[in-house]
Design a protein around this ligand. Structure first.
Ligand code: ARG
Length: 456
């Protein structure tokens, strides 16, 4: 059964029906659609279009339709263009023509975006919780390894010593910002389009704000033309998820590097790594690589919808049917990535002795030594040059800071004394960075404590 036909001389061709159908994708909207339709049947009863008995009969049938769909017993036919068409056809099959009254004053244009927004709101809440799961796994690792120091890097080159926990907490902050973006995306979806009709509004006298609250929205949209054609909420969640995936990908990349044989700072649990079909010795970080790859996919979904939307005139255009695939795919990709990351991060192990080895290389405390000279009144550029020359002489000798003696320092410059030798110790370098956000244990513990408050 088509929703139109009066002005058509022919049925739609089979090929066109197949081409234009979105039901394989939008059947995912069914639970929200049913909820909306039940709220709408009440609107129609209040408007005197449905009797109380008719409303009850319709609501019961709607529940039965949802159960059928959940059990996988729904029987879609080629003319079921989308989930809205299917539900109406099935409703009429179950209760007779009275079922068709549910379409009064309403269009698929306001209906589809209402159900879609409801799904986005629910998914945002679920994703927020899953982000918290990864944040907890990171914080647990930070707490467990609070005394492990590692070489911090810039440009992927040895820079300064930091606590491993400080590095892990950097990712916690990225994810906290993502959580906030997901929360904002939820808010952006919480505006009700229902009651916008096809584009011009509805003739039914309804309190759309009350309807909004009943369906879990914050308010009704202000403009029916915008209401049926606004997909900013879909772009907002896609941006939030893209940003999240960028951060998950950076975290994954960090772990690929840390777990590489050359670095060896962390070891992945066997249960979260892969082997090779050919090389028996291999243990690969596939899980992290997949997350890095899937970030590209989610960014693609954002770009996809931006491109779909950019040339659309007012108001609803069928192009918009292409809005659901990117959002559904991004949601599923993000959720599976978060689950995988929670497992991988939760089970990996830091190698403390390897961390110590790495810390003794790379002249990580050169800055501390230069700063020590400034305490003695030397200007920083001169101190920088002197320490640079000292490092260069050590490189020529093949010596690390850990092998330097007080005599080596004195021989190089009269400004270097016993205290200068202490400043070469990576531990003191870390402990002296006590101002807010620094890598000292106190600061990192404070950061952990505050971050835990955010998620409790
Ligand atoms: N399946 C359509 C979509 O997802 C529903 C709205 C169709 N409206 C229309 N006027 N053809 O956008």
């Amino acid at each position: 059964m088509k929703m139109w036909g009066g002005r058509f001389g022919k049925e739609a061709s089979e090929e066109f029906q197949v081409f234009s159908s979105s039901i394989s994708e939008d059947c995912r909207l069914a639970p929200y659609e049913i909820k909306c339709l039940k709220a709408w049947s009440e609107v129609l009863m209040e408007a005197g279009i449905l009797s109380q008995e008719e409303k009850l009969e319709i609501d019961e049938a709607l529940e039965a339709i949802l159960e059928e769909l959940k059990r996988g017993e729904a029987n879609f036919i080629p003319s079921d263009e989308d989930i809205h068409t299917y539900i109406e056809r099935r409703l009429i099959e179950l209760v007779g023509l009275v079922g068709g009254k549910i379409r009064t004053g309403r269009s698929r244009n306001d209906q589809v975006t209402t159900s879609f927004r409801m799904l986005v709101m629910e998914e945002c809440s679920g994703i927020e919780d899953e982000i918290v799961g990864v944040v907890r796994a990171l914080i647990t690792q930070a707490e467990k390894n609070i005394d492990i120091a590692i070489p911090g890097q810039t440009h992927l080159q040895p820079a300064q010593p930091v606590l491993a926990a400080h590095a892990l907490m950097a990712f916690v902050h990225m994810l906290e910002r993502d959580r906030n973006r997901v929360r904002l995306a939820r808010k952006s979806a919480a505006v009700l389009p229902l009651g916008s009709g096809a584009l011009a509004g509805t003739t039914l006298k309804i309190d759309r704000d009350a309807l909004a609250r009943k369906l879990g929205f914050e308010r009704a949209c202000e403009n029916s033309i915008d209401g049926v054609s606004d997909r900013d909420f879909a772009l907002d969640i896609l941006y939030a998820l893209s940003s999240l995936m960028v951060h998950l990908s950076r975290l994954a990349e960090q772990m690929v590097i840390w777990s590489s044989a050359e670095v060896g700072l962390v070891e992945l649990d066997d249960s979260w790594s892969s082997g090779s079909s050919l090389m028996p010795q291999k243990k690969n970080p596939d899980c992290f690589e997949l997350i890095r790859g899937k970030a590209g996919r989610v960014i693609g979904e954002l770009v996809c919808l931006l491109a779909v939307m950019k040339g659309l005139p007012l108001s609803y255009n069928r192009d918009m049917q292409e809005d659901k695939h990117p959002v559904f795919d991004a949601i599923d990709t993000v959720r599976s990535s978060l689950t995988a990351l929670k497992g991988t991060i939760g089970t990996l192990k830091f190698d403390e002795s390897r961390a110590k080895e790495l810390l003794s290389e790379g002249y990580l405390t050169a800055t501390d030594l230069a700063e020590y000279l400034t305490e003695k009144g030397i200007d920083f550029p001169s101190a920088h040059r002197l320490v640079g020359e000292f490092v260069s002489s050590l490189i020529a000798e093949g010596k690390n800071f850990s092998e330097v003696t007080a005599k080596d320092l004195r021989d190089f410059s009269g400004d270097f004394d016993e205290e200068a030798l202490r400043r070469l110790d990576p531990r003191q370098s870390i402990q002296r960075r006590k101002s807010k956000g620094g890598t000292s244990k106190e600061q990192v513990l404070h950061d952990i404590e505050e971050s835990l408050k955010n998620i409790s």
